[in-house]
Design a protein around this ligand. Structure first.
Ligand code: FES
Ligand code: FES
Length: 161
């Protein structure tokens, strides 16, 4: 076992993990962060996307020990990153997905939103093509891509859906 220390959704945590433990399994099974989901386990679908030190990563493709010392944000802590957040207020990208109905079954949604936040951090005003390319590592089995792209545009521009 290896001891790791990291910050997850603003909380300092310290745990013993096996060196082979995947970050997604650590988050879900040891920390109970089940908002981060597993869609494939083969780094194809993006459902497990979280932020590690501000950048989106597929947490099934990262070992927990590789995140040692890092700062993780999951979908569960995303809204808390909004400065001066009012009680119950969503992150603007969560709000955009809600407004534009950017989800169907919702399984891909945590990863889509985390990837979209990272995309918008790097490119606050992406074109439709840039959004599609930026989210190409995230798959939606319900094929709800049209509204997902609209949601990212809505978040970027504040446009009405
Ligand atoms: S579960 Fe990580 S990419 Fe699919
Ligand atoms: S909304 Fe069902 S997988 Fe994307």
């Amino acid at each position: 076992m290896t001891r790791i220390k990291l910050t997850v959704d603003g909380m300092a945590v310290s745990d013993d993990v096996e060196p082979r433990t995947l970050l997604v399994h650590y988050l879900r099974e040891q920390l109970g962060k089940t908002g981060t989901v597993v869609g494939c386990d083969t780094s194809n679908c993006g459902a497990c996307t979280v932020h590690l030190d501000g950048q989106s990563v597929k947490s099934c493709n990262v070992l927990a020990v590789q995140a040692d010392g890092g700062e993780i944000t999951t979908i569960e802590g995303l809204a808390d990153t909004v400065p001066d957040r009012a009680d119950g207020q969503l992150h603007p990208v969560q709000e955009a997905f809600r407004e534009c109905h950017g989800l169907q079954c919702g399984y891909c949604t945590p990863g889509m939103i985390m990837a979209s936040v990272d995309l918008l951090n790097r490119n606050p005003h992406p074109t439709e093509q840039e959004i599609r390319e930026g989210l190409e590592g995230n798959l939606c089995r319900c094929t709800g891509y049209h509204n997902i792209v609209r949601a990212v545009q809505y978040a970027a521009e504040g446009e009405q859906p």
